[in-house]
Design a protein around this ligand. Structure first.
Ligand code: MN
Length: 510
């Protein structure tokens, strides 16, 4: 049984290997290093605006310098897998070196694309919006120029979409960017002009105003408009009803789905792993400053969301990535939107392993798409939080029940609890508890169970979470009436339940 499962898992991995899936692209935005943006034209192409020598130095030395220094600063900090835009958005978490170089890398990557070798007239939705928010294109131009001219020393001038959806002109110093979370009233920059001397000095020397004037004929309005659209385009109009409206809505269909999904996800760990990565990435996107990398919140703490909803410390929300009911509620609600848009419902039931992984990718793409409708507040999230909190509290009460019985049996000093909610030991599938039995320390995992039955020399145990291999010395189960302590040897955890040889039972406590 076990070897068959291993075989099928390795087959699934072969079938779903990275290259065969276009959807894997979705996860590749976590790069190892920040890449260099290609210059979309030659150094001499912008001659009317900027001379080739300046372009070459600007691109080869200044821009690449920012990227290289950023990568080496990130390596030193062991910040590793990161996305440039994400760093910029969460810049308050980083030091000045990273702030300057991430800004430099991001600003220039945008700037190159905002320039065009051939003059373009402003057009499209961005022009309409400019007229609406500034009165006219001329008034916008005047505003942009006057803010640019007032910038003292090095910096940038930007046209920004604020969080409220309005356009405004603002200037930042050094390599700061309006997207950085150090600005209360920033936003996403759709147009920017580099006001550093290195950007214009060879051609214009001290005549910076002339450089600013000439900028207007070098703007790639097509790109600016596309960028504007990508940042403002309304998500497909779907009514609020896509979220569960009534908190008390019957969960009957969800109840059935839970059984199905528990089975499917337990039998193909790839699916769950993909979902976990997806949730982690969305939480870090949405919660920004409240999302901490490993060890960042406090030494030994796992990465995740902390200090939200007025509760200090690690949020139960982090458990969404492994909670089956959370998975099903999210799927149920997202399917309401999927169906409204005329697409087939996302489901893993009755599908081949390859189709299942594709469905999980589709699910994840939708979670990403609707992340801002779901988090940080929606009926869907309220329902999920209720479940996660309940599960968590149940876990705590189970744990204290287990502790009480074990202490009665072994003595207070021989029972030590280790894994707190999401602590390193707990999350790494590690250790909940350490028991000292006959003078020997033994590590243990504690699991609440649905059912325990004994037949043909083995116990069959169904638990309330996902079944997986644990490396602890002991497996400890409770149904809140009894506590079972098993030796963790020759345990079959390959299906959706544990199979444990009867001889492994060390204690059965009441
Ligand atoms: Mn520059």
């Amino acid at each position: 049984m076990k070897s068959l499962n291993l075989l099928s898992e390795s087959l699934i991995q072969k079938i779903t290997g990275e290259k065969s899936l276009p959807e894997t692209k979705f996860f590749i935005n976590e790069m190892k290093t920040i890449g260099i943006e290609k210059l979309p034209y030659g150094y001499a192409s912008l001659r009317r605006f900027i001379d080739p020598e300046t372009m070459k130095f600007h691109y080869q030395k200044h821009y690449k310098g920012y990227v290289n220094k950023l990568n080496s600063a990130l390596r030193k900090k062991e910040y590793g897998d990161v996305e440039l835009e994400k760093i910029v958005k969460q810049i308050s978490k980083y030091n000045t070196t990273i702030r300057n170089n991430a800004g430099g890398a991001f600003n220039h990557a945008l700037f190159w694309k905002m320039l065009s070798p051939t003059p373009q007239k402003p057009t499209g939705e961005i022009l309409d919006k400019i007229k609406k928010d500034f009165g006219s294109y001329r008034e916008f131009k005047e505003r942009f120029e006057s803010v640019a001219k007032k910038r003292f020393g090095s910096g940038w001038v930007w046209l920004v979409i604020t969080k409220g959806g309005r356009l405004k002109v603002m200037s930042t110093q050094n390599q700061d960017n309006p997207l950085m979370n150090i600005f209360d009233k920033g936003g996403f920059p759709v147009l920017g002009l580099d006001l550093w001397e290195h950007a214009y000095y060879l051609k214009y020397q001290n005549k910076r105003d002339e450089y600013i004037q000439n900028f207007w004929d070098a703007i790639n309005w097509k790109f600016v408009n596309e960028l504007f659209l990508s940042k403002t385009k309304k998500e497909e109009t779907i009514t609020e009803s896509f979220m569960i409206n009534e908190q008390k809505e019957s969960y009957t269909p969800i109840g059935k789905a839970i059984q199905n999904y528990m089975f499917i996800l337990s039998n193909n760990k790839n699916l769950l792993w993909t979902f976990r990565k997806c949730i982690d990435s969305v939480l870090s996107d949405v919660y920004g400053e409240n999302y901490y990398e490993k060890g960042e919140y406090a030494p030994g703490e796992m990465s995740g969301v902390y200090d939200i909803d007025g509760i200090k410390g690690r949020s139960v929300l982090n458990k969404l990535n492994t909670n089956i009911i959370g998975f099903v509620i999210l799927l149920h609600d997202i399917n309401k939107a999927v169906v409204k848009m005329g697409e087939p419902e996302i489901t893993l039931v009755g599908k081949t392993p390859k189709e299942q992984i594709n469905e999980v990718y589709r699910f994840c793409n939708y979670i990403k798409k609707y992340k801002n409708r779901i988090f940080p507040s929606s009926n869907t999230l309220t329902n999920i939080m209720n479940i996660l909190t309940k599960t968590h509290n149940k876990g705590e009460s189970n744990e204290s029940f287990v502790n009480t019985l074990l202490k009665k049996k072994l003595g207070d000093e021989n029972v030590k609890t280790v894994g707190k909610l999401g602590s390193e030991q707990d999350m790494s599938g590690g250790v909940d508890i350490i028991l000292t039995i006959d003078g020997v320390d033994k590590t243990g995992q504690v699991k609440p169970i649905y059912s325990i039955t004994q037949s043909e020399g083995e116990y069959v145990i169904k638990i309330k979470g996902f079944v997986k291999d644990y490396k602890t010395d002991l497996l400890i189960f409770t149904d809140n009436k009894k506590v079972y302590v098993f030796d963790n040897k020759n345990v079959d955890a390959s299906g959706d339940h544990f199979k444990i040889p009867s001889d492994n039972l060390i204690y059965e406590l009441v």
